[in-house]
Design a protein around this ligand. Structure first.
Ligand SMILES: *Cc1c(COP(=O)(O)O)cnc(C)c1O
Length: 414
């Protein structure tokens, strides 16, 4: 594949404007934005009629296998602004043995661990940093549970920008190390991600960095949206029956839901939609609680805790967008506890040779539970999201050892 050809292509822009996700108020796109006037996320809107002429199956057939292939539905106007580390289209890996053990159906994992920095946060930050470059911004800041900070650090360094990152003090060491090594300033904070977010907001007023928090600028979601575009293309312009998504801030779930509408509008898919399932950890399940209560917003979850650090988000600014997509799709929200997450990780690793991250394992645990209680049927095709490479997380230590100077009982060690 000729990556360079893609990156040097000049592209027409199909962005028409930005729109407040709560009020629908329109805003011109061509300057930096955070939240809308009423403090809600801004969404990018495109001239889809024009995009339909350019983003065709025939055009896609000639493009490199990376997510910039969907450029008509991405916000970057000039190829020179693209900041890239090689954003491959991630594979859909089937788990046939575990599907058969559960009684049939089709189970696919979209393996986001193959992306730069080892997580799907690369999708959002590739776009956010490219747009920041196009606006001439030079210093970006964010709160993170680890993976987003790592992606910001990498893409900001790639673009020659400064990055300052704040994370809860119990963020996995590997994440803090990679953030620092990739050139950002990283600070541990004695609080949770929303406490870190407040520090970013305060600092913005004082030192003028640009806030790239989840859904507090309009472009990370456009990057995450590419998961939905890829999925549709990989499945031959059809969509699965069910998508199980490990939900923190919910950018990916909201982004995919948006992607499906855009694909329908340009004629690449029809009106069918998957059921969207928001998976959370039992120790931090604000969306599940709001879904069960029929509420439109999800109040802060107190004393949030889980081994799945990426979904330890006590309060999400896009809560209403997540809940709307889940409900409109006929899906549901479900919580799984840490013991189920660890058991799921072990089961998939041992029976399929696939080491999921804890957040990805949560989606498998949720699939198992939903198959057991009938919410997902035997014949359905389900897609799980493995959002990061399993190796980024602490793994249980294996203690077995032998003394090579003593007789070895081979029957016992095989
Ligand atoms: C950030 C993250 C999530 C949650 O993604 P959102 O789209 O913000 O809900 C899930 N898993 C991992 C590994 C993450 O890093």
């Amino acid at each position: 594949m000729d990556q360079q050809a893609n990156l040097t292509d000049e592209r027409p822009s199909f962005v028409s404007h930005l729109e407040c996700s709560a009020t629908g108020e329109r805003t011109p796109a061509d300057r930096p934005h955070n939240l809308s006037r009423v403090g809600k996320p801004l969404l990018v809107r495109y001239d889809l009629a024009a995009a339909a002429h350019s983003l065709t199956r025939a055009a896609l057939a000639t493009r490199p296998w990376d997510f910039w292939r969907y450029r008509e539905l991405l916000p970057v106007r000039r190829a020179a602004d693209i900041v890239s580390l090689g954003e491959t289209v991630t594979p859909l890996v089937p788990l046939p043995r575990l599907a058969a053990r559960a009684g049939g159906g089709e189970l696919l994992v979209k393996d986001e661990g193959r992306l730069p920095t080892g997580s799907f946060k690369a999708r959002g930050l590739a776009l956010a940093v490219s747009m920041a470059k196009s606006f001439g911004l030079s210093h970006l800041a964010m709160p993170t549970n680890g993976n987003a900070g790592a992606a910001l650090a990498a893409y900001a360094s790639r673009a020659g920008m400064r990055a300052t990152v704040f994370c809860p003090d119990d963020t996995p060491d590997i994440n803090i190390a990679e953030i620092a090594l990739q050139g950002a300033r990283v600070w541990r904070v004695n609080g949770l991600i929303d406490d870190c977010g407040r520090i970013v907001a305060e600092g913005r007023a004082q030192v003028g960095w640009f806030d790239v928090s989840t859904l507090k600028e309009p472009y990370r979601i456009e990057g995450k949206k590419t998961m939905g575009l890829e999925l549709a293309e990989q499945l031959g312009w059809t969509l699965p029956d069910v998508i199980l998504y490990p939900t923190g801030g919910g950018t990916g779930l909201i982004g995919m839901w948006k992607a499906f509408d855009e694909l329908e509008a340009i004629g690449l898919i029809g009106a069918e939609r998957p059921r969207m399932v928001a998976v959370q950890a039992a120790g931090c399940a604000p969306i599940v609680k709001a879904w069960e209560n029929g509420a439109e917003h999800a109040p802060r979850w107190e004393e949030a805790h889980t081994v799945a650090a990426g979904i330890r988000v006590p309060q999400a600014i896009g809560d209403f967008l997540i809940l709307r997509a889940v409900r409109a799709s006929g899906g549901f929200a479900i919580a799984v506890d840490d013991a189920a997450i660890e058991a799921a990780r072990n089961e998939v690793a041992q029976h399929e040779g696939f080491l999921l991250c804890p957040e990805g394992a949560a989606t498998y645990a949720a699939w198992r539970a939903a198959r057991a209680d009938g919410r997902i049927g035997r014949e359905e095709r389900a897609v799980l999201f493995n959002c990061a490479v399993g190796l980024k997380y602490p793994l249980p230590r294996s203690e077995a050892a032998i003394d090579r100077h003593r007789p070895i009982d081979f029957a016992a060690l095989a």
